[in-house]
Design a protein. Structure first.
Length: 351
């Protein structure tokens, strides 16, 4: 009995030691050496690129792994009529068009990547989607309880928000997906006893929508409909500039993005901190079953920006319990309180 007890204590001690390990290096050949081709080609030159690299060994806690470079011979886009657009190296593991690429809706393209070792990788033929028309950006007020912290005390209080939507007009040419990105600039007020105070600030909001925002046109083909852009608080009196970018993509590209979205929501892959490393529409010539991660995307991007007046939104929803935050007091500049902001009015806020 004593010997059994000693064994149990020994095993418990071993488990306790290993449970404290907070960094594990996985050296699985397939996960560490898989080729990744991440390609986006469309009507926005700065968003048109091809990235080629091999996955790096997983190290817990590493948010920026050092991906392995792949020596290349050629990277190009092939058109169905035989035309070719070459890509040249532009930074580590990245390639961009040698000239101006002008996509044509309805035309089919494929990506071809040739390594220095003679390996050839080809994507499926994909059809360039049409662009979508963004008709307007609208706001609708709502209220909900949020947790408020005051010193050591926390309590719930009702706050009001504006849900922002883009009204878009689907082109009605079949199944499409939409990748939506929303950014903004918030106008922020402070107060001062000085006459020469620069009391109005402007702060960038790079991502109003939390997480990836993808949607399908399956229920709205050829019709106008609204897509969510996120929400903004109504507890401040300043205006809010919202900028919407909507990339129209093919149905197969939308399906891939849905996989990425699902993987991000489930904390990503345990083998690679970059959650978009999913097998897509690219194969190795002659060895179609070989694992190739990433995807070839075709897109047409549309943009629209609009300044929203929060005072007007509150006026149109007086039935809600609106509460305004106190205006901070400063000495001579709002940047004393809003340290990441600027006093220079961006273009959308100028007369």
């Amino acid at each position: 009995m004593r010997r059994l007890l000693q064994r149990m204590i020994f095993i418990g001690a071993i488990l306790g030691i290993f449970s404290c390990v907070d960094e594990i290096n996985l050296s699985l050949e397939e996960s560490n050496q898989a080729l990744v081709i991440d390609a986006w080609v469309g009507n926005i030159q700065e968003d048109t690129y091809v990235k080629v690299f091999r996955t790096a060994p997983y190290i817990s806690g590493a948010s920026n792994p050092q991906y392995l470079s792949v020596p290349m011979r050629a990277v190009y886009i092939e058109k169905s009529d035989g035309g070719v657009t070459n890509f040249r190296a532009s930074g580590t593991n990245e390639f961009r068009p040698s000239g101006i690429f002008e996509p044509q809706a309805g035309e089919t393209y494929r990506l071809v990547v040739e390594t220095a070792e003679g390996e050839v990788f080809e994507s499926n033929w994909e059809t360039m989607p049409p662009s979508v028309a963004i008709e307007d950006i609208v706001a609708e007020a709502s209220e909900r309880q949020v947790m408020i912290s005051s010193g050591q005390t926390q309590f719930f209080q009702i706050r009001t928000f504006a849900e922002i939507k883009a009204r878009i007009s689907d082109p009605g040419v079949g199944d499409l997906g939409y990748l939506i990105e929303t950014s903004g600039i918030e106008e922020l007020y402070t107060s001062s006893s000085r006459d020469n105070c620069a009391c109005t600030c402007y702060e960038n909001r790079p991502n109003i929508y939390a997480g990836m925002n993808v949607t399908s046109n399956s229920l709205f083909q050829g019709r106008n409909f609204g897509v969510s852009l996120g929400e903004i608080p109504l507890s401040y009196i300043g205006k809010y500039y919202v900028n919407a970018k909507i990339k129209a993509v093919t149905q197969s590209n939308y399906d891939y993005l849905n996989q990425v979205d699902k993987q991000q929501r489930n904390s990503g892959s345990i083998f690679d901190p970059a959650p978009s490393r999913i097998k897509g529409n690219i194969k190795k010539q002659g060895e179609e079953t070989q694992l190739v991660l990433g995807n070839f995307f075709l897109f047409q991007e549309s943009t629209l920006g609009k300044v929203l007046f929060r005072t007007q939104i509150r006026k149109e929803s007086l039935e809600l319990n609106h509460t305004l935050e106190a205006i901070p007091a400063v000495n001579i500049s709002c940047t004393e309180f809003y340290t990441n902001a600027t006093t220079i009015a961006p273009t959308p806020f100028r007369p």
